[in-house]
Ligand binder design. Structure first.
Ligand code: GLN
Length: 539
């Protein structure tokens, strides 16, 4: 078994996760079985209780684990199956160590970072290797080299490499080579310093992946090679992509990263066949059609808060050979300006998941506008609850209908707390989480799009459609097209007499990949495109 460790230097947000995922794509397409995991040095047990300003999106796995958004990249770029074991935080490590200490597992000993904390970290690498039986385990270390929190992880992987033998372990350092405008030059010093920092800890990277705005010329590569003590060919350029993150695997393949990795680790495989990936890129760069989709949220200024949603929209575009311009709409702007001004030029409106009251009324107005003006609508989790509230207020004329989350005193709590949630007092990891089966209604648009009657989709919510109102909704033409198999939980709703009005209590975005676009997104973009194909949209 072979192990690759991906560390990051100089600054955060370099796209380490993306790079690890892209390497995973290349190795998988060489016929290797791979595993990917992420270590996060923060003390939270998982990111589930952090807000998107702190952490970006919380990515949910089948088993209900609330994880780092890099795991989303792993699943989108590869075919790996991820579980809660694939994301380890310092919080989990310390929790395990302290539980063991209380149980008496270390009786007589002083419990220390080395070896007790580092052993726990190493155990996790072995555990993932054992469970996945992968040929190559890729482990990404979150944070930036030099962070105090990251030290136990770096120490752990240093020891690990020694233990499995240097032929079986490879260190890849993703670094930043900034372009200084005033000097008109790319600068290598930050990279030299961050490699020096790694060497202080005893890790000598084998490969440097240099993130840069401009191409690295030969002299610069030579300089980096010399000062950082890596071979010339192991200085890899990873320039900012022009169009799409899905170009990264092809870019790294051109730089021969996968060749190098396989040579270093003595993995004997053919070249990666990437033709299917090239076709995806072709559709992204030069699509036949174009459409504009509005995402109505409250974290629109953040790149990462709705990561999987944005990606799934793009995949829906690929499936329709349709370039999508995503228009980020601030729900509070709709409250101030009214929906018409912001939404009228859009091919489709999407309301993603969310928590908290801010912007809720703007989202309700967006759903109403989309329903009344026959603009394709896709609601995800909160977006389904919003569509329900809107229908209750404006079609059923239930004044002040609301979700009990936002107005506990509403006369019509059409969205109410799930029964299983009533006793819950702890916040971490206690929502309805993970993949659950959903039965689709025969003859519904959902069943047609999925081409199936039972599907498995991932959840992350505490509130649900209130069954006391079910009959009234259905009589008014609100179609409940997906429920839990026992029929008790509403999972999916749709409106007939509308080009596309679909909303799910689950999160389909976590299941979409560029090469396997999610049916609900595929249908949404198809409808949005059909809607506007008369008037050419701006690119
Ligand atoms: N806040 C809502 C709930 O808890 C929706 C959650 C979500 O959109 N993920 O049910």
């Amino acid at each position: 078994m072979k192990y690759i460790f991906v560390t990051g230097g100089v600054v955060s947000s370099l796209g380490k996760g993306l790079t690890a995922a892209a390497l995973g794509t290349l190795l998988e397409n060489r016929g290797l079985r791979i595993a990917l995991q992420k270590f996060d040095p923060y003390l939270n047990v998982d990111p589930g209780t952090m807000n998107p300003y702190q952490h970006g999106e919380v990515y949910v796995l089948d088993d209900g684990a609330e994880t780092d958004l890099d795991l989303g990249h792993y699943e989108r770029f590869t075919n790996v199956k991820l579980t809660r074991f694939n994301n380890l935080t310092s919080g989990q490590v310390y929790q395990t160590v302290l539980d063991k200490e209380r149980r008496g597992d270390y009786l007589g000993k002083t419990v220390q970072v080395i070896p007790h904390v580092t052993d726990e970290i190493q155990n996790r690498i072995y555990q993932v290797a054992e469970q996945t039986k992968a040929d190559v385990v890729i482990t990404e270390i979150g944070g930036t080299t030099g962070d105090i929190e990251g030290l136990p992880f770096l120490e752990a992987i240093r020891e690990f490499a020694l233990e499995v033998g240097y032929n079986n372990a490879l260190f890849i350092h993703v670094t930043f080579v900034p372009y200084i405008k005033a000097a008109g030059e790319l600068k290598t010093k930050p990279t030299q310093q961050s490699v020096a920092k790694l060497r202080e800890i005893g890790i000598a990277p084998h490969i440097l992946i240099c993130r840069c705005e401009r191409p690295l010329d030969k002299d610069l590569r030579q300089k980096i090679s010399m000062f950082c003590n890596v071979p010339f060919e192991a200085v890899i350029e990873e320039k900012d992509v022009d169009h799409s993150i899905y170009e990264v695997p092809l870019m790294l393949q051109r730089e021969r990263l996968d060749d190098l990795v396989c040579r270093q680790l003595h993995l004997d495989t053919g070249v990666a066949s990437m033709t299917h990936w090239q076709e995806i890129i072709r559709k992204l760069i030069a699509p036949q059609h174009r459409v504009r989709i509005g995402v109505v949220g409250k974290y629109i200024e953040l790149q990462d808060a709705y990561k999987s949603v944005y990606e799934a929209i793009i995949h829906g575009g690929v499936a329709n050979d349709c370039g999508v311009e995503i228009v980020k709409v601030d729900a509070e702007e709709i409250e101030r300006e009214g929906p018409e001004k912001v939404l009228k030029s859009l091919g489709g409106v999407l309301v993603p998941g969310g928590f908290g009251e801010r912007g809720i009324e703007g989202k309700v107005l967006a759903a109403q506008y989309a329903r009344e003006h026959k603009i394709p609508y896709l609601g995800l989790c909160l977006g389904m609850q919003i569509a329900t509230i809107e229908f209750a207020r404006n079609v059923l004329k239930l004044a002040d209908a609301h979700s009990a989350e936002f107005n506990p005193n509403t006369p019509h709590p059409v969205i109410a707390l799930l029964n299983e949630q009533r006793q819950v007092t702890k916040m971490g990891g206690t929502m309805r989480l993970g993949a659950q089966p959903c039965q689709l209604l025969v003859g519904s648009n959902a069943a047609r799009l999925y081409g199936a009657f039972v599907v498995n989709e991932r959840h992350r919510h505490r509130y649900e459609f209130n069954n006391e109102y079910r009959a009234r909704f259905e009589q008014a033409g609100f179609v409940i097209s997906g429920t839990s198999p026992d029929g008790s939980l509403v999972e999916l709703i749709e409106l007939p007499d509308h080009p596309y009005f679909m909303a799910s209590q689950f999160h389909p975005e976590f299941r979409s990949k560029p090469h396997q676009p999610h049916p609900l997104f595929k249908g949404f973009i198809a409808a949005a495109h059909a809607q506007i194909h008369q008037k050419p949209a701006k690119s």
